[in-house]
Design a protein around this ligand. Structure first.
Ligand code: ADP
Ligand code: MG
Length: 551
């Protein structure tokens, strides 16, 4: 008998379901040199679907400029989206609006493609349905690969890669231009809804205030105008519902590239920008929050602060220090999700409550030192506190979704004294922490357990890590990716009880830049590559985390 996938499946027809697993590990020829390999068979029809990997060594993509890793990432995202759109029983994870590297599709420099997907192997009454499986895997699958992967329109694919390359290029230019973000004229910032990340139809497109308008040269699009947000302290003001948070959220998302048509293709932010927010109830492990907190009640040392149940203000203080520890040089804050008592303490309250009995140093007194002494820029939405006008390098007003530069007027307003006195001097050096690898257990009952529940929860070993407040996770695949990155950091010895978290992340970054198979260690999961900041954010919220010492 011939040894094809078709024949083999037909021979297995009616056999016990578990024998599907005999297909595992062999590359079954499809067409055009492509092969399909079963990586993980499912134990029974109700278990998570089987995982397959298709290798296409010969593809028509060589002319798309694939020496560039960015273009490879873009093409992979394009192909995954195309394969996802194909009707059929195969489930291809292509993520959301962001173009991030994923395990579902990877493109090599020689143009070869790997596609990975899930497929529920058919098995009524726990018997192999060989005929249906053969129809899917030997009939439909080669067609999907031929038409929706190898047969994609090359001009559309090229345009997709060009758009992503422009965004990536722009982001890499930001430091040299002295900018923390760029928002192109014509960008569409608002989203269709809180649960739909596509652009809001009929939105008012972004247009630059003349004072901040810059022009950049992009490799494909050429000269492009938009707002360049300089380093320093930028305050966004304006009445409620006038679009402040929408702009800030677009900046948060601007650390990632977006698909053509998203509206935020050319809204790009410093790649290390971190959204910081209050998150009461979270765990904090040995963070030096001394910059924000002095003399806690009960003799707790704020320079080595741990809690299983942080308050709004201490959680925000910890999140700020954790962001700095990962190397972030741009903080993004929104009054909607910030702890008021950590943001401001106005003149009257200073008069009524003596500084001696207020342990918190408000952010308004630290944000300048962060910029001046640490090179850390802040973009923050504060529609409700004029005290920020004193410390802002620039003030942008949003009015009916239109952005204008009101720095001059803000200076005049700020020139009239309020009687407020600054309550903190310089922001102290940020201390590193050395995590204990034994406190990061990714196994449950002896088996690795890493998965995501939406973007809310990372399941890591026996622990459920609440990551709802980590806003820059793109999709569940990236949450899983953060968990597997932590698993890898321990397994590969990066997290060794000697290195600081920042050093661990440096090592991890090298691995995360390579093929996903090298750090996901065969996990049967849809994975997207996370940033170091989100990996750290997940670790920081792990309730079993122990830190051996501070540096
Ligand atoms: P703020 O933070 O100033 O209170 P938001 O950013 O939350 O305001 O925006 C309020 C509403 O306006 C949201 O529903 C948002 O989708 C919508 N919106 C924001 N920007 C635009 C825009 N450019 N065009 C149309 N609607 C917008
Ligand atoms: Mg708001």
């Amino acid at each position: 008998p011939r040894d094809t996938l078709q024949d083999t499946l037909e021979r297995l027809d009616g056999a016990p379901y578990a024998r599907y697993r005999t297909l595992t590990g062999r590359p079954w020829p499809l067409r055009d040199g492509a092969t399909a390999t079963l990586r993980h068979g499912q134990a029974d029809p109700f278990a998570p679907p089987s995982r397959w990997e298709v290798h296409c060594p010969r593809t028509p993509f060589a002319g798309l400029g694939l020496v560039s890793p960015v273009r490879r990432r873009a093409l992979a995202s394009f192909l995954a989206r195309s394969a996802r759109a194909a009707r059929g029983p195969f489930r291809v994870d292509a993520g959301g609006q962001e173009v991030v590297q994923r395990s579902s599709c990877e493109v090599a420099a020689d143009g070869s493609v790997v596609l990975r997907f899930a497929y529920p192997l058919p098995g009524p009454r726990r018997r192999i349905d060989g005929r249906s499986a053969a129809a899917d895997l030997a009939g439909t699958l080669p067609d999907v690969v031929a038409r929706h992967v190898l047969g994609v329109d090359l001009d559309t694919a090229r345009a997709f890669c060009d758009a992503v390359e422009d965004a990536d290029h722009l982001r890499s230019q930001l430091p040299g231009l002295g900018l923390v973000a760029f928002v192109a004229d014509g960008a569409v910032l608002p989203r269709a809804s809180g649960v739909d990340d596509r652009p809001l139809p009929g939105a008012v497109p972004f247009s630059s205030p003349p004072s901040l308008r810059v022009e950049v040269d992009l490799p494909h699009r050429g000269r492009t105008a938009g707002t360049g947000l300089p380093r320093g302290v930028t305050v966004l003001v304006g009445g409620g519902f006038h679009g402040k948070s929408t702009l800030l959220r677009a900046l948060e998302a601007g650390v990632h590239d977006h698909v053509p048509g998203d509206g935020r293709e050319l809204v790009v932010t410093d790649p290390g920008a971190v959204a910081v927010r209050a998150e009461d109830g979270r765990a904090v492990t040995r963070v030096d929050v001394g910059a924000f907190v002095s003399g806690l009640p009960g003799g707790v040392d704020p320079r080595d602060f741990s809690t299983a149940d942080a308050s709004g203000s201490t959680s925000q203080a910890a999140a700020t220090l954790e962001a700095l520890e990962t190397g972030s040089r741009v903080l993004l804050l929104d009054e909607d999700t910030a702890a008021t008592n950590l943001m401001v303490r106005d003149a009257r309250m200073q008069e009524l409550v003596a500084k001696a009995s207020e342990p918190l140093n408000p952010f308004v007194d630290l944000v300048r030192s962060l910029a001046d002494d640490h090179g850390v820029s802040t973009v923050l939405v504060v529609g409700s506190s004029g005290d920020y006008l004193d410390v802002a390098d620039r003030v942008l007003l949003l009015e009916s979704y239109r952005c204008s530069d009101v720095t001059g007027r803000a200076r005049e307003v700020a020139a009239r004294p309020t009687g407020r006195v600054a309550e903190a001097g310089t922001f102290p050096p940020v201390r590193g922490r050395v995590p204990d690898p034994r406190s990061v257990d990714t196994t449950a009952r002896g088996r690795r357990r890493v998965s995501a529940v939406g973007t809310d929860t990372l399941r890591l070993g026996e622990q459920d890590v609440d990551v709802r407040a980590v806003r820059q996770f793109t999709d569940p695949g990236q949450v899983t990716g953060a968990g597997l990155a932590l698993d890898h950091a321990v397994a590969a010895g990066h997290l060794d009880g000697q290195r600081s978290l920042a050093e661990v992340l440096d090592r991890l970054d090298v691995d995360l830049a390579g093929p996903t198979a090298q750090w996901t260690d065969g996990a049967p999961a849809d994975v997207a590559v996370p940033r170091r900041h989100e990996v750290a954010a997940a670790l920081n919220r792990l309730r079993t985390l122990r830190v051996l010492h501070l540096r």
